[in-house]
Design a protein around this ligand. Structure first.
Ligand SMILES: NC(=O)c1ccc[n+]([C@@H]2O[C@H](COP(=O)([O-])OP(=O)(O)OC[C@H]3O[C@@H](n4cnc5c(N)ncnc54)[C@H](OP(=O)(O)O)[C@@H]3O)[C@@H](O)[C@H]2O)c1
Length: 220
């Protein structure tokens, strides 16, 4: 049994992570801005944090964890504001940077003292953050923020290797959540089952690489 911390836990992929982790017997710390009825039903520990891009909020969460060892942190919370070249919105681009790149980096760095050798940091990215894989253009703020996340995570994987902490970057596939207006893609149950397989296989040998949940390495 391991201790997993999951952000964006109140709905979508984060909620499904909590559900599957709880049902297999792991301890779950579900981090979200506001809880939900679905999350409440899971009977896991819920920690509400108003803004993960603010260091005061993160420090408050770390205080509440009170030194509890985290075996795996899944930095999952994210936003996607659809944006093409004709409607660039600087404040939205900055917000996507804050939520998708800055917040997970800040939280991960604050959690490192609560982790030991064998720990794992897992970041929910997107293949839309891959520069090489970009064949359709557009989606400026989302692509830029996920590429920034990928860059930060690569550095983390190098910086944490000597401490024995593995770092993974995952793309879940196209998943039926509110982010996709609940329409396209595979159900969250299938995506998270695949993602947990990848997390199980993450090791110091594979640290610092970018994986599709289905098991293929993605280009940066
Ligand atoms: N769905 C896909 O097809 C897909 C594909 C590629 C990558 N991803 C990535 O997978 C992750 C989960 O996505 P999802 O599909 O589950 O999306 P979702 O259903 O829209 O859920 C997003 C989660 O992020 C939280 N969140 C949003 N803004 C936040 C903020 N400012 N601070 C803290 N939490 C915030 C939401 O909480 P609130 O309810 O409080 O807003 C919610 O828990 C994201 O990082 C996303 O980029 C998803």
């Amino acid at each position: 049994m391991s201790v997993f911390l999951v952000t964006g836990a109140n709905r979508g992929i984060g909620l499904e992570y909590c559900r599957q982790l709880k049902s297999r017997g792991d301890t779950v710390i579900a981090v979200c801005r506001e809880t939900s009825a679905d999350l409440g039903e899971l009977d896991v520990r819920i920690e509400q944090v108003p803004d993960l891009s603010q260091q005061e909020s993160i420090a408050d969460l770390i205080g509440r964890l009170n030194g509890l060892e985290i075996n795996t942190a899944i930095l999952n919370a994210g936003i996607n504001h659809v944006m093409d070249l004709n409607n660039l919105d600087p404040s939205s681009i900055r917000q996507q940077f804050d939520v998708n790149a800055l917040a997970p980096l800040l939280l991960a760095s604050a959690l490192i003292p609560s982790m030991s050798a064998g720990g794992k940091l897992v970041f929910m990215s997107s293949r839309m953050g891959s520069i090489q894989d970009n064949t359709s253009g557009g989606e400026y703020g989302y692509r830029m923020s996920k590429a920034a996340l990928n860059s930060a995570v690569k550095s983390l994987s190098i910086d944490l290797k000597d401490q024995g902490i593995s770092v993974g970057v995952l793309h879940p596939g196209m998943v039926q959540t509110r982010m996709n207006l609940n329409s396209d893609g595979i159900p969250p149950q299938e995506a998270v089952s695949n993602l947990l397989d990848r997390i199980g296989q993450l090791s110091l040998e594979t640290t610092g690489s970018f994986w599709h949940a289905e098991g293929k390495v993605l280009p940066w």
